[in-house]
Ligand binder design. Structure first.
Ligand code: EPU
Length: 432
């Protein structure tokens, strides 16, 4: 899926988005299931010997890659609806992990927790994914070792083995989404009780815990400061589950309404998951109506300046920082964003500057001197959320914007251009 047709690789460009702006987005949009929950729930199915039906599964390339990996392991995957999938894990061979596929893909690290839980051993390529700076996995390894596994990183692979997994008390030195989920996956079938102190609290943590509990796990406290997992002997299949709505996709459309000075009803989302984002967009002048399972956002003036710091949930999400950056590049006054999660999440600012933004990024901070308008230009997605930001910028800018490197956006947003088109955007995918 990581296309060789990519300018930064010196190859040939395959697809681009051509956007003619400016457009004030108006209408309704339906939010898909959460990518970051889906890519943990799929490997979690390996913990049972049976069939799971999962609904609200986003139809995105990260999910398709995960399905391919599960098939290589012997799972039978059937799409039973546009967003419904059936996973049959009765014939799994834990030894068949396709190392080359896993090393291109961040969420492949969840195979470590789930295969350790199912088979007591796992071998996975050192995970790739968006280039956001260093992405260590020491907290994952610390968690597995506390449960009794031996973990080695060698020859581009992570090899984990355990004769037996036993519950333990684990304090996370850093709040980590991936490590929290991985420890949950590895400990649901361990003997005794595992306690995770200082876990991540994102909605997808709660969703993965709910999924595991639906299969018979005993996880309490997901979404709070302490998670307790009482190991059970086995998990059962024949369950159906619906993936939580994607709060990052919902936030992306909220910020698109702000940047384009539009009026959008964002449906099938959980407003409570976006409290920090709602607070910040109200601060910059947006109107927001919290309707529980939908959010109405409208904006009829230039955003005002703001100071933002990204933080683990319930703080302002790093995965909405670039989209917020577009709003602040158009704000009245000078704004500051401090990125506290990733080292290199300001690569998109160089692209926005090509469109007339005035952003100075250094290290984990960026200063946005607001400009009145942006102008279309050829720009390149550097990662998934940078891609979403550039699309919002193209819709808000005057003239034509061409956005390249679409493999990034296809990883995490289902039918993004169609959703924006329905809101009035003039956006086309063009194959060259
Ligand atoms: N960290 C460590 N050691 C670890 C794990 C993480 O130092 O063992 C550090 C990271 O370097 C980072 C911070 O802790 O500075 C948080 O990392 P976390 O483990 O929470 O991130 P992740 O699990 O690798 C997930 C999402 C990211 C999202 C982050 C933060 C998935 C597949 N990815 O990554 O999503 O930015 O949590 O919320 O769930 C995206 O969707 O665009 C995306 C990048």
């Amino acid at each position: 899926m990581y296309s060789i047709f990519n300018l930064t690789n010196g190859g040939i460009i395959l697809d681009k988005l051509v956007i003619n702006g400016p457009t004030r987005l108006k209408g309704e949009v339906n939010i898909s299931g959460a990518k970051n929950a889906a890519v943990a729930i799929l490997p979690a199915t390996l913990l049972i010997n049976g069939v799971c039906t999962i609904d609200n599964m986003p139809n995105i390339s990260d999910v398709k890659i995960y399905c391919n990996i599960l098939e290589e392991l012997g799972a039978k995957i059937t799409w039973t609806g546009k967003n419904e999938i059936q996973v049959d894990t009765r014939n799994i061979s834990c030894k068949n992990v396709p190392i080359d596929m896993t090393s291109k893909f961040r969420a492949s690290y969840y195979l470590l927790g789930s295969l350790l839980g199912r088979c007591g051993s796992a071998e996975v390529g050192v995970p790739g994914g968006c280039k956001l700076g260093a992405r260590p996995i020491d907290q994952h390894i610390k968690g597995f070792e506390a449960l009794g596994a031996k973990v080695d990183v060698t020859g581009g692979k992570i090899v984990a083995k355990a004769k037996k997994l036993t519950g333990n008390h684990i304090y996370m030195d850093i709040v980590s989404v991936g490590a929290t989920i991985n420890v949950m996956l590895a400990s649901v079938l361990a003997e005794g009780t595992t306690t995770i102190d200082n876990p991540a609290k994102e909605p997808h943590i709660v969703d993965v815990a709910n999924f595991l509990n639906t299969m018979g796990a005993d996880i309490r406290g997901a979404g709070t400061d302490v998670i307790k997992i009482n190991g059970v002997k086995e998990l059962k299949g024949n369950i159906t589950y619906s993936v939580v709505p994607d709060q990052i996709e919902a936030g992306t459309f909220m910020l698109a309404a702000v940047a384009s000075r539009g009026d959008i009803l964002i449906k099938n989302c959980v407003a409570e998951h976006l409290d920090s984002v709602i607070a910040k967009i109200v601060e910059v002048g947006a109107n927001v109506e919290d309707l529980g399972d939908s959010i109405h956002v409208w904006m009829n003036k230039r955003p005002s300046k703001a100071i933002i710091k990204t933080l683990p949930y319930p703080g302002f999400p790093t995965d909405l920082q670039p989209q917020m950056g577009v709003c602040l590049s158009l704000a009245d006054g000078t704004s500051i964003i401090n990125e506290s999660i990733w080292e290199s999440r300001f690569q998109y600012t160089e692209e926005l500057n090509k469109m007339g933004a005035k952003i100075t990024a250094q290290g984990k901070s960026a200063i946005f001197e607001g400009v009145k308008s942006l102008t279309g230009a050829p720009v390149y997605m550097t990662d998934l959320r940078a891609g979403a930001a550039l699309i919002i910028a193209g819709i808000s800018a005057s003239g034509t914007t061409e956005v390249y490197n679409l493999d990034h956006i296809d990883r995490g947003y289902e039918n993004i251009e169609e959703k924006f088109r329905k809101l009035g955007a003039k956006i086309q995918r063009v194959t060259e």
